[in-house]
Design a protein around this ligand. Sequence first.
Ligand SMILES: [Fe+2]
Ligand SMILES: [Fe+2]
Length: 392
Amino acid sequence: MSTHELYTIPAEHRTWDVDITGAARFTWEYDDGRDRLLSLYQKGKDKQWDATTRIDWSLDIDPSNALGMPVEAISIYGTDQWDRISGDQKAIDELSMHLNSWQFSQFLHGEQGAMICSARIVDSVPDLDSKFYAATQTMDEARHAETYSRFLQEKLGLLYPINTHLKALLDDTLTDSRWDMPYLGMQVLIEGLALAAFGVLRDMTSVALPKQILAYVMQDEARHVAFGRLALKDYYSQLTTAEREEREDFVVEGCYLMRDRFRMQEVWQNLGYDVQACLEAVKTAPFFQAYQSLLFQRIVPCVKDIGLWGEKVQKAYADMGVLDMAGVDLSALMKQDEDIADQVDVERLKALEEREVATSKVAVDTTIAVGTGSLAADSALTAAGPAAAMPA
Ligand SMILES: [Fe+2]
Ligand SMILES: [Fe+2]
């Protein structure tokens, strides 16, 4: 079946073609990679996994509440827009399904964007150690796109087209001829935000399948953000003030775009809600406000760390109420992401083992029951004498 049959709003059938500018660069220096980048590359190779075997696709989800979340997590909960559907279970289920589909569809399109941006980095970055690393990331992103696509198509059965804000940021990121821009747009902003969004859902969901997907994808994403950080920190320390300010403007604009991306405009429109009222409601909803500030948990410390910490950037973060996040320890979060993925592996294997034991117990019980049944029949036959075994 074509994916187009699953889009709730028609998506373009043609490809989206972005004209790329700037050079594809070769280097003849095969020595002298930076140690930290090379060890990240080694880790990238060591930690490849296969979505077909690592994720338990036999697990089912309830498409009307794919993440098993309480209603309080619905982004208009507690607002006047919520009052209009509160108590109507059918409307709540429909909204929840569309919000999840929208969210995971943006993850999927973002992963395709990440795959294209990391391939672009392989092309354009001058150093071989970065090319090596970005090549492993390209493969990571392909596996992520494969995973989200399977989840959406096989389990949720509903997709949304790419959100306008995400598309605009991808376009800005890819059309810029400066080699550091795909890093800044993708590795720092889009990945940083996606990583935080995955994290909130991973920690809140009670459903095994999406938890596995989110935890395993996050294990890789943490490396990607670290890569952007390492490569840009070196480069930005050599820029002139004017060059740095251009990057800071890009960060400010990108962060506002990203914040607005998460207001799910397409869902309100598609389901016939009052779009303006919902966009306003989302802004004031208690859960969403907490969620939104968490979304910047990975971006703000990274932007500070790479040296784009001018007045404009700090002012924008203060305006968004996320300036405090500059103090978050990114390395500790990355370590935690890896530990959680390992823990999810343990739980998955344990559940599989328990299922196998239960299945073989059923098989043994059935065999015993059949055996006991035939024994009983045999004894009945013996007791009744040979005539009983003859057809009447
Ligand atoms: Fe990814
Ligand atoms: Fe990534």
